[in-house]
Design a protein around this ligand. Structure first.
Ligand SMILES: [Zn+2]
Length: 458
């Protein structure tokens, strides 16, 4: 089966040129100025558009239990929504609950995805309890392609690990080649502030943000990097939101340490002001870390431009207002944490980053695809447009205007944090391993067509 993308402008993290892309079966076979001679089974006109590597979202929570409910998108609806937005791979999080093995957790999450995922998917493993046996299991998982582990410095009693356990896990990755991802917020401090606020009758959604200070994120970010430095391994900070935390990453990188961090669109486009929306609407934005002061947005964009931040992921974890976010009416600490974003990432970063000149076109591709692929062991199979790479490709129309709305987007959630915002630049045709899965705004792929991604070590 030969497919030809004709007449587009190929954009990778480093290149920009007019080129025809020839796909044979699941992979890119060749790229040339023009393949006038070749007769393909299917030709897709990409003229006037960019041909970019499919987006890679390395932070999603599909079908995830949290606070007595489950995130609204499962692996089918979530990956279909991702595809619509130009994302062709996700790395989701399997969760080890205390008393369980990592094996049990991985099996449980693979079952959630199998037969449902419409695009390729991998897993990070969330480790919430580190015994000798679990350390051994970490090695086994790395060998099976689950090469990254997420640890929490927040949510004491649920997810949080003490510094000793974190340090042990870091040391283990020095041996097995895995990567530690960190949720960096000081959970002890936050717990005290939450209890104090509730005791004072401060129950509205905005207190979620007011009890999670930027300094609590900065402190934990600094501590995570210091622990990784002592263990002699790289570290990846997930969903970095605060300028104070970015400063810690920047300082570390200036000292030559392999400290990496991602941020998410919500921190680039929304701010604390959203918590002040009337009634219970602030609950839409309850996520951890919380949205920060508006000035932070510029700092984060500068971090993305200067490579102090290496990736934009979504932390997609949607909960409906109805029946889900509502669980926290009268007690902000019971509002399920998370917001939808898997479908809107590429357009938002293009519109707010490339079109405003904050980042270049190559950097857009790098932040949304290439760099996450490199950090998480998927490159060069994913993350670029090159012969031999999987034909995960997006024909991206830089001029298409889309109004973001819960009504027209495909995520299974009853609100959108960007409701009514118009963005310019959107995925047109999307291919996953050579197969067209989105065309003319319609999903034409198949649930279950996505495969489990065995990722490499660093
Ligand atoms: Zn998350």
């Amino acid at each position: 089966m030969k497919t030809l993308l004709r007449g587009g402008t190929v954009v990778t993290a480093t290149d920009l040129y007019r080129g025809d892309v020839l796909i044979e079966d699941e992979r890119i076979a060749a790229i040339a100025g023009s393949f006038a001679e070749i007769s393909a089974d299917r030709t897709i006109d990409a003229s006037g558009k960019y041909v970019i590597p499919g987006g890679i979202d390395v932070h999603t929570h599909l079908d995830m239990p949290f606070g007595g409910t489950t995130s609204a998108d499962d692996f089918e609806s979530g990956t279909v929504a991702a595809a619509h937005g130009g994302t062709t791979s996700v790395v989701d999080f399997a969760i080890q609950y205390r008393g369980q093995t990592l094996r049990h957790a991985l099996d449980a999450w693979r079952k959630k995805a199998e037969g449902k995922a419409a695009i390729d998917y991998g897993f990070h493993m969330i480790v919430t309890e580190l015994t000798d046996a679990v350390e051994g299991e970490m090695d086994a998982l790395v060998r099976e392609g689950v090469t990254s582990f997420k640890l929490f410095m927040a949510y004491p009693g649920v997810f949080m690990l003490d510094d000793g356990s974190i340090f042990r896990a870091l040391l283990r990755t020095r041996e097995n080649g895995g990567t530690i991802c960190m949720h960096a917020e000081n959970g002890g401090v936050i717990d005290v502030l939450v209890k104090k606020a509730l005791a004072e009758g401060k129950t509205a959604p905005k207190y979620h943000a007011l009890t999670r200070p930027a300094r609590a994120e900065a402190e934990a970010t600094h501590r995570a990097i210091a622990l990784a430095e002592m263990a002699g391994v790289p570290i990846y900070i997930v969903h970095l939101s605060a300028a104070e935390a970015l400063e810690m990453v920047t300082q570390a990188r200036d000292r030559g340490l392999p400290a990496y961090a991602e941020t998410c669109p919500q921190y680039l486009f929304l701010s604390y002001d959203n918590y002040e929306e009337p009634g219970f609407d602030g609950a839409k934005y309850v996520m951890s870390p919380p949205l920060r002061a508006k000035e932070t947005q510029d700092r984060l964009w500068r971090g993305l431009a200067s490579n102090d931040l290496q990736a934009v992921s979504t932390d997609h974890c949607p909960f409906c207002m109805k029946e889900q976010k509502e669980l926290g009416r009268g007690d902000f600490s019971k509002i399920p944490n998370g917001a939808p974003g898997i479908e809107t990432r590429m357009s938002l970063v293009f519109d707010g980053g490339v079109r405003t000149g904050k980042i270049g076109l190559n950097r857009f591709v790098e932040l949304t695809s290439t760099s996450p692929a490199k950090i998480f062991g998927l490159f060069p199979r994913k993350g670029t447009v090159a012969p031999g790479s999987d034909a995960d490709l997006v024909v991206f129309d830089p001029n298409r205007k889309v109004t973001l709305s819960a009504k027209t987007l495909h995520m299974k959630v009853d609100y959108n944090p960007y409701e009514g915002r118009e963005v310019t630049g959107a995925a047109d045709t999307v291919l996953s391993r050579g197969k067209v899965i989105v065309e003319a705004g319609k999903f034409v792929g198949r649930a279950g067509a996505g495969s489990f991604l065995k990722r490499n070590t660093r």
